[in-house]
Every structure is written in structure tokens, then in C-alpha cells.
Design a protein around this ligand. Structure first.
Ligand SMILES: [Zn+2]
Length: 281
């Protein structure tokens, strides 16, 4: 499958040619699974060919020149023969990075379209806006765009160690790094300092941008930072965290999987320190 995605909003005229269909049921995506276990996005001309009747569909753009659609399937839809419904976490190792990015986009656009059919101010049914990824109320003009929730995530270094923490709700009992949603009126750097102060009671040195990652669970944008410990001992917010501590390279516990920017930050630290890459998946 291709590696070039071009986002667009207004669909092209019907061509009778195959399209990539990112069909979503709940939070799961319909994929074709070959006898050899290879996973691919289905590409019929229309979902009706697969016996599927979507509730709504959204044009996403083109992948290597071929149109891409997202579609919302009814909750009772079963997988067609040779197909399966898989969540985004399970799909990450099974799809090329670009295709995975479109899949995350599709899941978010489907959820946004479903959840903004009525105006949040006056409850009138909303309408699509040509040329924009937006829904507008014809009565009061309120316009809804796909929601993104910015969240900061930060790797804190102290000498040869990094701070890792385990939340009560973390999947699989692994340790992660400090993260949290940005509040209204806050800069990203202020959010980093506030989250770290709240969760582990530490003051930080310079906060430097690392990179970002869409995190469609369900609509976060993770913004990663590097920083260093300035002062303070760990004082745990026990409502959020079960444990937190300083770990050197040789003593790292189980860390987040490669899917996450948390892991990219940790892997980057390992590489900068000249250590061997982590063997963990
Ligand atoms: Zn309205």
C-alpha cells in the first residue's frame, strides 16, 4: 500500500474506481486479513460490495492518488468473510505508518461527525460546510470543528536517571512518564510545569520541545518535551499515581510500547546516553 496521503475535504465525482474504505464500528476498524495473516484496508468501489450499509461516510483525501473514505457502520455489523474488526492499538504493528495515520484520522472524523449532528447551542440539526472539515448550525451559525485535546508529556532527567511513574489506570502495569491535558489559558510549557508539580511535586529546569503525535484515543494530540530535574523530592499525587521513581538505564522497568511518544522519548534518551537500544517491544 502507498506511502503518500493528501488530506482533502470535498469528495471527487464518482469514478467507479476502487477507493480505500476506513470503515469504523465503535472504535474498531474493518480490515481484510489474508490467509497468511496480512492485514490491509479494504478497497472496493463502494462498501455495498462487501454487503455493508454505513450510517454516514466522510471523504478524507487520497492515498497514492486513490480516494479514501471513512464510514460509520452500525453497532450490530459483523465482519464480512476474510475480514475482522480491530482496534487502533492492535493495528499499529500491522499497517504501514502512513496508512495507520489515516486510520487514526478516520476513527476521529467518524466520532466527530456522529457527535456533532446537532448544534450544541440551540439543538438544530447541523450541516456540512463545503471545503471545510466543519459542521455549521443553519439557525444560529455555531460551527463545530473536529475536536483535538492537546496533552503534554515530558521526560525528566536527573543525572543518569529518568523519572518513571505508574498510574493506577495504566494498561499492563507498565511505567510511563508524566503527562496531562493542557488547561484553558495555559501555554504548553506552563502545562508541563503544572502537571509535574501536581503529580510528583518537582520543579524543573528548561523545558524543550521534542516532537508530537496524534493520539486518537479518542482525540488527543500529544506534545512531547525534554527537561531536567531542578529541585524537590518526589511527592506522589496518590489519586493519579501508584508509584514514581528515578531509574537508570540498567534498572528500567517495563516501559510503554513503541506505538507511543512516551517510548520515543525514552528511546531517544537511551540513544543520547550511548546505551544499547531497549530489547522491550
Ligand atoms: Zn445553533
Amino acid at each position: 500500500m502507498s506511502q503518500t496521503f493528501v488530506p482533502e475535504v470535498d469528495p471527487p465525482p464518482p469514478s467507479g474506481r476502487p477507493a480505500w474504505w476506513f470503515a469504523v464500528r465503535g472504535d474498531d476498524l474493518l480490515v481484510a486479513v489474508s490467509a497468511a495473516g496480512e492485514t490491509a484496508i479494504p478497497s472496493p468501489v463502494d462498501l455495498a460490495e462487501l454487503g455493508l450499509a454505513p450510517i454516514r461516510r466522510q471523504y478524507l483525501g487520497t492515498l497514492d492518488g486513490r480516494p479514501c473514505w471513512s464510514a460509520e457502520l452500525p453497532a450490530e455489523t459483523g465482519p464480512s468473510p476474510g475480514m475482522a474488526f480491530l482496534g487502533l492499538r492492535a493495528l499499529h504493528p500491522r499497517l504501514p505508518e502512513t496508512v495507520y495515520g489515516v486510520a487514526g484520522r478516520a476513527v476521529q472524523i467518524v466520532a466527530w461527525d456522529r457527535d456533532h449532528r446537532f448544534c450544541g447551542r440551540c439543538a438544530t440539526p447541523t450541516e456540512g460546510v463545503p471545503g471545510e472539515r466543519a459542521r455549521r448550525c443553519p439557525a444560529c451559525g455555531l460551527t463545530a470543528y473536529p475536536r483535538l485535546s492537546p496533552a503534554v508529556i515530558v521526560l525528566i532527567e536527573r543525572g543518569e536517571e529518568i523519572l518513571l511513574a505508574r498510574g493506577h489506570r495504566f494498561r499492563g502495569g507498565f511505567y510511563g512518564i508524566i503527562a496531562g491535558f493542557v488547561e484553558a489559558g495555559e501555554s504548553l510549557e506552563e502545562a508541563v510545569r503544572r502537571e509535574v508539580a501536581e503529580e510528583v511535586g518537582l520543579a524543573l529546569g528548561e523545558v524543550r520541545y521534542f516532537g508530537s503525535q496524534p493520539w486518537p484515543f479518542p482525540h488527543a494530540l500529544m506534545i512531547g518535551f525534554n527537561t531536567v530535574h531542578a529541585e524537590g523530592e518526589i511527592l506522589l499525587d496518590e489519586r493519579e499515581l501508584a508509584e514514581a521513581g528515578w531509574f537508570a538505564h540498567g534498572t528500567l522497568p517495563r516501559v510503554p510500547p513503541k506505538l507511543s511518544i512516551a517510548r520515543r522519548l525514552i528511546d531517544d534518551w537511551v540513544a543520547r546516553r550511548g546505551h544499547a537500544p531497549l530489547a522491550q517491544e
